[in-house]
Design a protein around this ligand. Structure first.
Ligand code: ADP
Ligand code: ZN
Length: 764
């Protein structure tokens, strides 16, 4: 194996925590370990020229020659130390790009773990983890700060200075730190004239500093006291606090039904962390980062940073710096907030841990829960996972006593969970007429409206009709670039591919065979909206999906209108299934529970169970109570039946037994390799060769890894690329990781593009 092929750990022969300047005696040469943002496992060594020695530390970016003829490629310095023993002549670092490290040693260690665990390049992880705004130094300005000249105090008493100038001097004496012009003119209540005059006299001088100029426009919010916990909450919190005080890492699974008051427990646990001057990170799904959620945290803590996807580069940079300086107590954000550079982390919380959006769908394909677990372990702090419907992965860890289970079996104030009525739509006359709302659901809606209640309808398909049926092909019309059906969007008078950008105005004939007269089948949210307006012309109705909520802020506006009661029927996709807390919602309808159930995904039953439970969680949150109707053509499915009974335990038991029997996760780890190419025959051949190689290496090394496939992926074509996949499975993930590394050299013959996805959640 050549040097460049060695894995991460062998190649990095640097001390664990390099103390470079001690190790390198005067005159000794110093080397830097550098990784590049490429799919490479290698760590490269470079000489650090004397001129850069004082400027370079791990965590900074450098430019270094990479490959023949290259003068400078950007990479990350991950270590500095004595020159390793090697016969090769090392090249020199060309440039140091950052003044200060962008990440500290612990974050370097964490990113290295991610690279090793998820089988990608360390440099790729670093590149993805450090926000673009931080790398660019977005919003950075050089600002003049003013301070007293060293001898000023001795001189200014003797001088006869105007009052304004004296005020400026007094302000600087009072402030121990230098002030910028704005702070100074405010403190001295003057213009900039006196400052200029004092500079001329040599009594004050300017120091130049770089800062991120940004003032957040966050309305001040009144801090409200913590709620009095009920006895179950008290017990749960005490258990968590006990673990926190132990200063050992533990993962706690907080399994609490919807509306049981989990957030209040997070808040009060964080309270303790903040009291000790430490920071807490709270991860929530991106769609739950609503003003309602944000307000809940802002109203309890003085300094909360919210990291959402709409931040500009400068805003992100500003937050990052404040967090790194320890100025923020609570960081609330989606998946990537797990990398917030909090210097004294005390706790990590993941709300709705079952949400699939915690897994990143491109390199590095990390799961925030697993990264959080690793980070919490390294920092020896607890990780709290909260959910009404935990993943079976988390549940199994609890059953095996690897994690601690804390339960909240009741809703706050012992409000009952809503009754869930499963409606068999197979013989419903309305459904037979291709309507989406069956008879039972329609009359329940009528009753709820008559009773002044509000309604939420959930449907997982956006657009008007998900299928354009061609009579001649006897199949749905597909995207010319992808192996997925086109969806009719009536509002745009066009058909769209939901997997790529493809869009054409209303086709009159089949795109493939040219037969005219396509049929629009099935129901998306747009058609549902039309049906609701037709059946309930007097009830204000609002559709929420990614088409209707494109504008920034529209999401919040819509929810506010619903809260105020201006909207009576809210219908939409996932967007409305999670986290909403509206007391007046007395009816929730799941329009089609079959959409997820019938997907080719090993977790289809689990997702269906989660969905029904979460949607049911949106009602019955006040004394008014509420009901849930679930329309399905598979009313006997255990996942639907058990969700209707709110019986997570039985569901978990059944589903785990099922998975164990099938040798599926969480009893095994999977890795999915997806290969893609513009032409199918070479792709198929490459996939076959890869499978063969992996099987051969597994056999040679006696690694207990099963290699399944190759087969065309469920979405066999995407954006003009054909897709094949292989599946590796093993009880021990290390076996898969080893197999992949050991096969790396032989897999270099594979010329088509491929990616590996560890513990995949997206099986398309
Ligand atoms: P979950 O996250 O478990 O679904 P929430 O944290 O949203 O539940 O709590 C549901 C509702 O109950 C919220 O409106 C919350 O303010 C309220 N709540 C939580 N704890 C208490 C308490 N101890 N006393 C009164 N109300 C509470
Ligand atoms: Zn497409």
């Amino acid at each position: 194996m050549s040097r460049s092929q060695q894995n991460l750990f062998e190649a990095a022969q640097l001390p664990e925590n390099p103390e470079p300047w001690e190790l390198a005696a005067e005159g000794d040469r110093v080397a830097a370990a550098v990784v590049f943002p490429r799919p490479l496992e290698t760590i490269y060594h470079y000489l650090v020229p004397d001129s850069l020695r004082e400027l370079l530390a791990p965590g900074q970016r450098v430019k270094a020659p990479f490959g023949r003829g290259d003068r400078g490629t950007i990479g990350f310095c991950v270590g500095v130390g004595p020159v390793p023993d090697t016969s090769r002549k090392l090249k020199e670092i060309a440039e140091v790009l950052d003044r200060e490290p962008l990440l500290d040693e612990r974050m370097l260690e964490l990113t290295r773990w991610i690279a090793e665990h998820y089988l990608c390049g360390w440099g790729q992880v670093l590149d993805s983890v450090i926000p673009a705004g931080v790398k660019k130094g977005a919003g950075t300005r050089v600002v003049n700060y003013f301070e007293l000249a060293p001898d000023a105090r001795d001189r200014f008493d003797e001088l006869d200075l105007p009052a304004k100038q004296r005020a400026v001097l007094a302000a600087l004496v009072a402030s121990r730190a230098p002030l910028d012009a704005e702070e100074l003119t405010r403190a001295a209540d003057c213009g900039t004239g006196p400052i200029a005059a004092l500079r001329k006299r040599g009594l004050i001088r300017a120091v130049r500093k770089r800062t991120v100029a940004f003032t957040p426009d966050e309305a001040a919010i009144e801090i409200v006291p913590d709620l009095r916990l009920n006895p179950e909450q008290r017990l749960a919190l005490d258990r968590i606090l006990e673990l926190m005080r132990g200063r050992e890492h533990r993962t706690v699974l907080l399994h609490g039904v919807t509306g049981s008051g989990k957030t209040e427990i997070y808040i009060q646990a964080i309270r303790e962390v903040v009291a000790y001057g430490r920071q807490a990170i709270v991860l929530v799904p991106e769609i739950s980062l609503t003003p309602q959620t944000i307000r809940r945290f802002r109203a309890r803590f003085d300094s909360v940073a919210v990291l959402h996807s709409h931040l500009t580069d400068a805003e992100r940079h500003w937050h990052w710096q404040r967090i790194a300086r320890g100025e923020v107590s609570v960081i609330v954000g989606a998946r990537s907030a797990v990398f917030a550079p909090a210097p004294h982390l005390g706790l990590i919380v993941i709300d709705e841990e079952h949400e699939t959006s915690f897994k990143q769908d491109n390199v590095p394909r990390y799961h925030a829960r697993e990264v959080a677990r690793k980070r919490a372990e390294m920092e020896r702090v607890p990780l709290v996972l909260g959910s009404a419907t935990p993943t079976l992965e988390s549940w199994l860890r609890v059953e095996r006593k690897e994690d601690v289970l804390v339960e909240l079996p009741y809703r706050v104030e012992r409000r009952p969970l809503p009754p869930v009525i499963v409606v068999d739509t197979r013989h419903d006359p309305s459904i037979a007429r291709r309507e989406a709302l069956g008879r039972v659901l329609t009359s329940a809606m009528r009753a709820a409206l008559a009773d002044d209640g509000q309604i939420i309808l959930f449907l997982n398909l956006r657009g008007y009709a998900p299928v354009l049926w061609c009579r001649t092909c006897e199949s749905p019309v597909k995207c010319p670039h992808c192996d997925v059906s086109l969806v009719w969007h009536r509002d745009r008078q066009a058909v769209l591919c939901h997997s790529c950008e493809f869009e054409v105005s209303r086709p009159r004939e089949c795109l493939k065979c040219g037969t005219p007269g396509l049929k629009f089948l099935g129901t998306g949210t747009q058609r549902l909206e039309q049906e609701v307006r037709l059946k309930f012309p007097d009830a204000a109705c609002l559709r929420m999906d990614s088409d209707s909520m494109k504008q920034r802020g529209s999401h919040d506006k819509a929810l506010e209108a619903f809260r105020r009661g201006e909207v009576r029927i809210l219908l939409g996709t996932q967007m409305i299934a999670k986290g909403l807390d509206f007391p007046n919602v007395t009816l929730v309808g799941v329009v089609d529970a079959d959409t997820i159930l019938h997907q080719p995904d090993l977790r289809a039953a689990e997702r269906t169970f989660q969905l029904i439970s979460q949607v049911a969680g949106r009602t019955g949150r006040s004394a008014r109570g509420g009901r849930v109707f679930v329309q399905t053509t598979s009313p006997g499915e255990p996942c639907i039946q058990l969700a209707a009974k709110h019986d997570f335990l039985r569901f978990a038991e059944r589903e785990l037994a099922h998975r164990l029997e099938g040798g599926a996760p969480p009893f095994v780890h999977l890795a999915r390799v997806i290969l893609r190419h513009r032409e199918e025959p070479p792709l198929k051949e490459a996939a076959r060769a890869m499978a063969e190689t992996l099987r051969a290496v597994a056999k040679e090394l006696e690694l207990p890894v099963k290699v399944l496939g190759p087969a065309p992926a469920p979405v066999a074509k995407l954006k003009d690329q054909y897709r094949y996949h292989l599946q590796l499975s093993a009880v021990d993930l290390a076996a898969i990781q080893r197999l992949w590394r050991e096969s790396a050299r032989r897999l270099r013959e594979i010329t088509v593009e491929y990616v590996v996805d560890i513990d995949p959640v997206n099986m398309r």
